[in-house]
Structure formats: structure tokens, C-alpha cells
Design a protein around this ligand. Sequence first.
Ligand code: HAM
Length: 440
Amino acid sequence: MLKPAVHPALMSNPDTITAVKGFRDVLPDETRRWRLLDEAAARVFGRYGFEEIGLPIVERTELFARSIGDTTDIVEKEMYSFADRDGTSLTLRPEATAGVVRAYLESGLAQRDPTARLYYRGPMFRRERPQRGRYRQFHQIGVEAFGREDPLVDAELLVMLTRYLDDVGARDTRLELNSVGDAVCRPVYRERLRAFGTARLAELCPDCHRRLERNPLRILDCKVESCRRVVASAPVVLDSLCDGCRAHLDAVRALLEQESVPYTMNPRLVRGLDYYTRTAFEVVGATLGAQNAVGGGGRYDGLVAALGGPDVSGIGFALGVERLAMVVPAEVGAEIPPAVAVLPLAPEAVGPAFGLATRLRDAGLSVALEPAGRSVKALLRAADRRRARVAFILGEDELRAGRATIRDLVRHEDRRQALALDAPSAVLAETVRSMLGGDA
Ligand code: HAM
């Protein structure tokens, strides 16, 4: 994603207001691709029974502290929290799983449709250090499935994820899988990790000293270089799994293998949020550099209960749209609807040109209507900028004859063809389509 050149007028003006650091505009070249990513989500996830849910961007701060975990980097350092006028602490959502669980409980879905399958898309906010692929406002497409503990659902979601990535043409990605244990075996692992960290205390940062006391698992995602060196040899959770977690993982793996879904086991994968149990996974982009996680997710069997609901399990994942857009080929979403330019040469042609443009648009065509009073050459240049493929030219001669001249701009040849100015929409559209030779 290239940073476009700033307009010179802005550079010389000290009063210019720019976007906030880490917040970026998404320009049409990119939104066009994003739309395809959204459409593919609706299509592919729909086959697996997922329906879209719209969620608020602001939630009570407490929701995130209780779900993501108050010793995670997200909650400790990265949330945009503020006091509302009545003093309530609110937060711009750093992720959407907590919000989906809240909505699932609050809307009564938990009773009406306990195995609800929901997907969402939209902006998330984390105050991280901005760099390539990492922003303070970013976007996710995510899914959550409730009420099923069986490994079939884990496998179903992973197959769906790979199908989605195939559908959008994602390149150079791999799926990494792990199990992070559950309420039975995680405490055992936690103590093992605490003992390991305590023995290497001198090499760990002050934050990790605190983490060791409160939540040793979080030393595994510390970004400090010396800590990373230490945790590289830390015990892995995979070696501490209880029989239940082991059997669950084996069943998921067997189903993935049955469907020939490629994945690699990554015993060091723990994810940066506290709510995960058992299955955890990430999609990693080989070409992305430091911020290489295109998406991630896993099971969260205790989360619904932790947020005050029944003991219902859940599993989901979220893809980062900015990063996803970096691994799909540039051609994806590059198509622009075939455009038609209506070019009035003389001021008197404005009214008829306006009518012509309206009728062409009514017929479903994308039309650029240029202002009158410029030379044919200038108008054709404008049409070219709009990527028009056919131009309707309305000069004095045309007005007198009551006919527009149509020009083929793709082949740069004068396939002039006269057409009555008051021709109905269907006739206009047919004429354009026949000129485009079936491309429209
Ligand atoms: P997450 O791993 O924190 O998981 O985020 C998912 C994806 O969002 C990441 O893999 C990455 O592509 C993208 N992402 C995260 N932070 C940034 C950032 N600062 N800039 C750009 N992209 C970013 C979750 O959020 C979980 N809620 C996923 C989930 C759903 N688990 C279960 N259900």
C-alpha cells in the first residue's frame, strides 16, 4: 500500500489537519478489493450457516477487561478508553468476540438459538505502534459459533477458513494449529511456566516479572527481545494437555487430514487473548514481514459463562482485512464497471446530455457526465480519466439532427454510430453493450 503524494497546497500550509497517527483512509482502489472480500465472506460463510450481526463500536470497558483478560497487552496498554459524561468507562472495541458474546446473551439468542452462527465485519481499535500492516484503526471480518463442544465444529470452521482464503485468491498463507488446554490442564501448565520463568527471572523484563505472578502465560507474547530469547526454550502447552484436550485435538486433526486441509502444528502458538481454550490457530502470511498474522482464532469454552451467561461453548476467528488485502493478488477487485461518458460540447447540449445520462444509468450503466463548454479533445481526455469505454458526444450537429454520436474508446477507433437523443433506456443500453462486444 503506497502512501500517495500529498497535495502541494497541504505541504506548505502549517494549519493543515491531517489524520491521526495510525488511522488511515481507505481509498477506492482498496475499498473495491475490500468489497470483494466482504462479498466472499457472505457467500462462503453463508454455506456454513453463518449470518451477519451488526455490533456497536463502543462497549463498556469492563466487557473487554473480563473477556480478553486484564493482564493482556490489549487491555493493559492498547485500548482507547474514555469516561462518558456520566462517568461510565467506555472503550472503542479492540476486537469483536466479546461484543458478539454480549449480544448473544443480551438479545436472547442464547435461549432462542443456542447454536447461533454469526459473522461480522468492521473497524477495531488498538493503540499499538503503527507499522506496515499494523494500524490503530484496522478492520476485521470474523465469525463466532456457539453452543457446540464437538471437534466437528472446529474442523468445520477451519475448512471454511481455508475455503474462504481460496475463494479470495489469498497467496502464500499457511494455517498453524495448536491446543492451549482447558480448565483442567491449563493450571498445571501455568505452574510449569511460572517455575520456568522464576528460574530465569534475571533475564526477564519487569513487565514479565509481574506477568509471572498474575498470568504466566502472557510472558509468551512479550515483545522484549531478551524475553523472547528466554521463552523460546519455555515448556510448551502441547506437552501438558489432559486426555480430554488431547482427544479433542486429535479428532480435529483427523478431520482436517480427511479433507486434505494443509496445516502445521505450532506448539508455541498461544494467542494474545486470555479467553482461549483447546483449539487455537492462526493464518500466517509468508510475505508479510513482522506483522504476519492474517487472522487468528480458536475455541473459548468458558467465555460465555465468564460474561454472566450459561455454560455454553464458543469458537471463532477473525481476519485482518488490511493484511488480507496484502495477500490477495492485485487484480482482485480491480474490475470497474464499464463506464460510459456523456460529453456535451455546447451549453445547449447540457439538458439533452443530462437526460441521456439519466436513462443510461437507469439501464444499469455507470455514467460520467462531463460539464459542457470544452473542446472535444479535452472532453475525451476527461472520459479517459474516468476509464470510460464508450462516449456519447453531443455537439451542435448532433443537437440539430436530434442524434448523439457514439464513439468506441477502447479500440480507439471511430466506430461512430448515431443514436436518437430521446431513445429509451433499453435501446441505449443495448447499443452500448453491443459496442462493448458482450463485456458489459
Ligand atoms: P486477533 O489475533 O487479536 O484476534 O486479531 C485477528 C486479526 O486481526 C490478526 O490476525 C490481524 O490480522 C488483525 N489485527 C490485529 N491487530 C491489528 C492491527 N493493529 N492492525 C492491523 N491488523 C490487526 C481477535 O481479535 C479475536 N477476536 C479473533 C477471534 C474471534 N477469536 C475467536 N473468535
